[in-house]
Design a protein around this ligand. Sequence first.
Ligand SMILES: NC(=O)C1=CN([C@@H]2O[C@H](COP(=O)(O)OP(=O)(O)OC[C@H]3O[C@@H](n4cnc5c(N)ncnc54)[C@H](O)[C@@H]3O)[C@@H](O)[C@H]2O)[C@@H](O)CC1
Ligand SMILES: [K+]
Length: 565
Amino acid sequence: MPVPAYSAAAVRAAEQPLLDAGRGESLMRTAAAGLATVCRRELRSARGRITGARIVVFAGPGSNGGDALLAAANLAHRGAHVTVSAPLGRLHAEGRRAARRAGALFLDSAADVETAAEATAAEAAGLAAEADLVLDGLLGTGARPRLDPPLSTLIHAWQAAARRRSVQQANTGQRSTSHGASQIVVAVDVPTGVDATTGECGDVHVRADVTVTFGARKAGLHLPGGAEVSGRIEYVDLGLDLHPSEDGGPPLDGWPSLEGQPSRESEAASGPEVWVVDDVDLRDWPRPGPHDHKYTRGVLGVIAGSRQFPGAGVLTSLAAVHAGVGMLRVQGAGTVQDAVVARAPEVVTTPGRVQAWTMGSGAPEPHDMMEFLSEAIGTGTPLVLDAGALALLPALLSVATSPLPSCTVLTPHAGELTELLTRIDDEAADLDRGDVESDPVRWARRAAGLTGAVVLLKGHRTLIAAPDGRLWAPTPGPPGLATAGSGDVLAGLVGAALATGLRPDPTDDPAGSAAALAALAVILHNRAGRFARSASGIVEAIAAELAEIEHVGPTGTGRGDTHAR
Ligand SMILES: NC(=O)C1=CN([C@@H]2O[C@H](COP(=O)(O)OP(=O)(O)OC[C@H]3O[C@@H](n4cnc5c(N)ncnc54)[C@H](O)[C@@H]3O)[C@@H](O)[C@H]2O)[C@@H](O)CC1
Ligand SMILES: [K+]
């Protein structure tokens, strides 16, 4: 089952009762012990042992610094050489004591003269560039958005020194770390400079190899921006009471109503929360039960491809067949129907009932889609609208008497989403593709709010937004997916997932169910694309991936929880 990731505000609210009960210190000890476990594991795998490892700790004034210092004390007790840099001077008292007792060295951080502070930053940066492991405990969930000097200066100087080091190493073949490999950067809870809720990265921010996050996964670590700089996520459970709803959707309490754009204030209060969907979740891919027959298993209708370009229709259709629909009906151009039936004789071309439609991939003629589209909207049949069908959407929305079925999934890439928004959103008349690419969460949520459909925004890190603002973040796929026809395959998979996976009775949360199924389709697409060199290759790999996934266990999923020892 997908795992929930929360806003910083939600995590703080869940921590509060425990802090009020005087359990703050024990929470921090558990967090720090988990952090130390991860650091030891990293050091052992890089250099075989902890003794003699050079560790630089960047410690901020709050509990994030406290976690880092307690973990550093643990490492120092095991023979690591720990140096602490505290650019803001103030430090968590217990953390400082523990690190001192364990023999950590503290750089002079109380300098109140600007030049002295700069000299300290330069010294810390130089040491950090040569350390085996750097612990970023500057700021965590208590961070204000912008980094100013001395934090920005320090991070900037360290990263510049580390870059110089690696150029030097490339030229001389000499390694500066004691183990000869590159240094390991471990972020405490969240990389400093990354917004724990939205994933937004400031101009200066830490780039981690591993982020050890406590109590709850932070949404920003899984969203575009933060996800790119957090490295591997390790999770340390603190027993916080956060309640995702029973049916697999994140909690809706306090979520902004997304009639159009959420206000910045309400977004800040609740923040986007995310369901993280991983390879292991493919075990939830809909499969037939013992009493299913072809109609109850799920019939998908496809209108894709055109007389000039039948290939897209073939890819969309075959993807659905390989993903295991009860039956596939292909409508639209006869050329496409013939081409599909030639490859998959089980496909039917007669009109009839379907449980879901996929339309629009490969630019089918609008008139081939229009009639079925209007009928589906009238009957509330789940829809997957891709490429050519997205282009019809503004006209359709302006004349439709019923809203889009709540299980509708739109599958635009950034360009198509821009085009759609400029046509349906008065405030987005000047939107360009770059705007969407730089803030995909905002614009995917905006389009979902305006259309009432789930929006699956395709990209390196595909993102899914429900009309109420909830997000699903499937782990990203291989770069090889960027190939002609790959989107046609995905549209077929999303359609197959809706046709076979949506319960026929109305659920409490149809959009959430559709979004979760769409996320599984993204994961299946990613996995099938691992070794494929073309869209046809992706299609061919689908059935084998589904067969293999039954054997995928919880290991290797990136979800292993770290237990404090
Ligand atoms: N609260 C809890 O129950 C637990 C919290 N834990 C840790 O505590 C962290 C949160 O601790 P805090 O609330 O103390 O917050 P932080 O440690 O994130 O930082 C707060 C401090 O940094 C300063 N600050 C914030 N933004 C700044 C900026 N942009 N520039 C300069 N200074 C800035 C603030 O004035 C404040 O002094 C979590 O990220 C996690 O690491 C863990 O110890 C586990 C338990
Ligand atoms: K941090």
